[in-house]
Design a protein around this ligand. Structure first.
Ligand code: FAD
Length: 456
């Protein structure tokens, strides 16, 4: 007998409950990945993520081969493809991880119905993509937490399941056709700084982070130039690293660094549980603030300046250029540029979220859309009207200007914090720098935002 494991956002062998369950109930297992047409049709794939995905699938295939098996790759409609593999193998069960998005929920419903017709069981496993399952903790009378702090309290009390060991051997039914595993070299227009993917890279990154990164996280995580965060986000997005294992291993360490880091992992679960309960929040305002966003055509020049990192605000431009180059941006940078777009320029958060998803290697519907909503004040921020001042933010989180000089070479000759206010230079000094004027007056931007939103 055979069982199928459908891999989605969980491209690993360590701590993989669906794989463990399949191995426990069947002699042979089909590790299946389907390049789903519907994901393409939704416009979600972006070159940076496709490159990281290709690395991750290649690594998964290699890890399976070391254990006597291999990955089976198919493409098309996921429901049809899984059905075809059931027909070819006579598999009696399919195991997969639960997903939070509306897309994942619909996929699960369609699969369940189609497999039931074939007499094949579908088991959807929680706590594969998140540490704590969406809906596992809820407030009295509600289906999800809208505020982080009480969620964090309950999430911490809840604890996480035990870690599942990686299998030693995986036997795959013989004679199964598989497409070639995609390779990074097939993907065009990848940003130059996109890091390699794959479980082995993820595990090495985790080991290094535990050894020498996490201890300084509480103090260093907001330092733009220091780059003292884990950079594990793409691995969490593609599931080359298990959030459950991460909570266990970081949680074993004492100190403010590990505590602060586990709290960030809880933020990730927080957004997943919001999205699972309100899938529409991927595109619709979670809380409607009656915004009268600027017309996109009228704001087109400002939006373009923001995208290209040419707003005239050095820290904003530095962060946007980091995104273009690496497919990743420091969290503090994300907060600054998102506040700048949605509040200072008063442009709809969906415009920014779309741009991020085109570039981010870790681009994730739950984390991206709901962090954009959080920053725009249409989401779960309890202070929805706060506006980050990009000059003060730059001076605070990049006090000697190193981050700006790294990403905005036009200003590299300016010393120290002066780099955050190039407009203070006069005459010939200013003319020496080929750097744009500010696209907006901060006070006018603030007034426009307040007027558009209306004070509550
Ligand atoms: P670390 O600081 O090392 O944090 C560890 C992990 O915790 C991260 O890898 C991530 O998985 C999780 N995490 C940390 N902060 C958050 C948060 N606020 N929300 C959710 N998870 C968090 N994160 C994404 O993974 N994908 C996105 O598409 C994404 N879009 C964002 C858009 C905006 C506007 C903002 C403000 C934040 C966004 N984030 C997103 C959250 C956060 O910026 C990144 O997770 C973080 O910068 C990744 O770097 P790191 O792995 O070094 O993080």
């Amino acid at each position: 007998n055979a069982s199928i494991v459908l891999f989605t956002s969980d491209l690993r062998l360590h701590d993989h409950p669906p794989l463990r369950a399949a191995l426990n109930e069947a002699d042979e297992v089909v590790p299946l990945f389907v390049r789903d047409d519907r994901v393409d049709a939704a416009g979600f794939p972006a070159p940076n993520r496709l490159a990281f995905l290709a690395d991750s699938l290649t690594a998964l295939d290699e890890a399976l081969r070391e254990r006597g098996g291999h990955l089976v790759v198919r493409s098309g409609d996921v429901v049809e493809q899984v059905g075809a593999v059931v027909a070819e193998t006579g598999a009696g069960s399919v195991h997969m991880a639960a997903g939070a998005s509306g897309f994942a929920q619909a996929r699960e419903r369609r699969l369940r119905a189609a497999l039931a017709e074939r007499g094949c069981a579908l088991t959807v496993h929680d706590c594969v993509v998140t540490a704590v399952a969406p809906g596992a903790v809820t407030p009295a009378g509600g289906d999800h937490f809208a505020v982080f702090t009480p969620y964090f309290r309950r999430w911490s009390q809840q604890g996480v399941r035990d870690v599942v060991a990686a299998p030693r051997t995986v036997r795959v039914p013989s004679g199964l056709a598989s497409e070639r595993v995609p390779a990074r070299a097939d993907v065009r227009e990848v940003s130059p700084g996109v890091p390699p993917g794959g479980e082995a890279v993820a595990r090495a990154g985790l080991t290094a982070w535990l050894r020498s990164g996490v201890a300084g996280y509480a103090d260093g995580h907001d330092d733009l130039a220091g780059d003292l965060t884990s950079r594990l986000s793409p691995h969490l997005h593609f599931g080359t690293l298990s959030p459950v294992e991460l909570v266990h291993r970081v949680g074993k360490k004492d100190g403010p660094g590990p505590d602060a880091f586990v709290r960030q992992l809880c933020w990730r679960d927080f957004h997943h549980q919001v999205l699972a309960a309100r899938p529409r929040a991927a595109s619709a305002d979670y809380r409607d603030r009656h915004d009268r966003w600027r017309d996109e055509h009228e704001a087109a020049d400002d939006i373009e300046a923001w995208r290209r990192g040419r707003t005239g605000f050095p820290v904003v431009d530095a962060a946007m250029r980091q995104l273009a180059h690496e497919g990743w941006m420091h969290n503090r940078g994300r907060l600054i540029v998102a506040s700048f777009l949605t509040k200072t320029l008063y442009v709809d958060w969906r415009v920014g979220a779309r741009h991020f998803l085109r570039h981010l290697v870790d681009g994730d519907i739950a984390a991206n859309q709901l962090n954009w909503q959080w920053t725009a004040g249409t989401g779960n921020d309890t202070r929805p009207n706060r506006v980050l001042n990009p000059v003060l933010q730059g001076k605070r989180h990049d006090p000697d200007g190193t981050y700006v000089r790294r990403w905005v070479p036009e200003l590299a000759e300016l010393d120290g914090a002066a780099v955050h206010e190039p407009w203070k230079l006069t005459g010939l000094d200013r003319a020496r720098f080929d750097y744009p004027e500010r696209v907006v007056d901060l006070a006018e931007g603030l007034a426009r935002f307040r007027q558009g939103r209306g004070r509550e």
